[in-house]
Design a protein around this ligand. Structure first.
Ligand code: 3PY
Length: 258
């Protein structure tokens, strides 16, 4: 397919990624030498601007990491720019209404699935990049729709309660579970081992797979990550750049001092 995350899921091989929130190009390049499959360029919490997002996408492309972008809002300009800058998956946080999920798909996918606006330019690669070298605009739209995954987050009570309907939306490729916000919305913040939380995540995973959609989840520990992979999640976004950097240097210092 035109998206490696789809291929990994089809091969039943869980994709492993991490959140990039520091927003540094060299950092992304380094992550390309670690065996990770994707990076989530986090414009929701990260402090960087749109141009930096584009350069982070470029850095990811350079080292063959799938560039995933998290946006703060279901917003025309944000989604259009992330898609045009080359994001290969879009994650949107804290959606509540079925209509918001539909709108996210409509903005990110070209016709006939959605209404994404088209322009010939760097962003779209129309006629230039190998996957975009199509004869017709119609074929190009189909390729772009295959290449860009729309994976909104399920991390509110409202989304959880209608997850079976959400995953039926045409053009929605998968769901990304945010355990911190989901557990908070369920009144059990950070209590990932509780039956209520387990029931919620099991429900989302089942709904996704019953509908033939991907299910990704964020993890804070490698034990949790292994556990989720064993349960059948298609992808794990593990931790954030700066936490892992701190841990790695702490380990180095501890090793030297011991
Ligand atoms: C959450 O756990 O709430 C997330 O969104 C992870 O980034």
């Amino acid at each position: 397919s035109l998206n490696r995350l789809r291929d990994l899921a089809a091969a039943k091989s869980a994709a492993i990624g991490t959140f990039v929130s520091m927003g540094n190009m060299s950092e992304v390049e380094c992550l390309g030498y670690t065996g990770l499959d994707f990076v989530v360029i986090d414009t929701e919490h990260g402090p960087f601007d749109t141009e930096t997002m584009m350069n982070l996408i470029r850095a990811a492309e350079l080292v063959h990491l799938v560039p995933v972008v998290r946006l703060a809002n279901v917003d025309h300009k944000d989604i259009q720019r992330a898609a045009d800058c080359g994001a290969q998956a879009i994650i949107l946080p804290c959606l509540r209404e079925l209509d918001d999920f539909k709108k996210a798909v409509a903005l990110a996918k070209y016709a006939p699935i959605g209404q994404r606006g088209f322009i010939k330019g760097r962003g779209t690669h129309f006629g230039n990049a190998p996957w975009a070298a199509t004869e017709t605009l119609e074929e190009y739209y189909a390729n772009s729709n295959e290449r860009l995954l729309v994976m909104p987050q399920c991390e509110t009570k409202e989304a959880l309660e209608q997850i079976e309907d959400i995953v039926q939306i045409e053009g929605l490729d998968g769901i990304f579970i945010g355990p911190y916000d989901l557990s908070t919305c369920l009144g059990i913040p950070g209590q990932f081992e509780t039956p209520v939380f387990k029931e919620a995540t099991d429900r989302i995973l089942k709904a996704c797979h019953d509908a033939g959609k991907l299910c990704y989840i964020f993890t804070g520990t490698t034990n949790q990550a292994r556990d989720y992979i064993a349960q059948g999640y298609d992808g794990i976004a593990h931790n954030l750049d700066f936490n892992i950097l701190i841990e790695a240097y702490k380990q180095v210092v501890a090793d030297i001092r011991k």
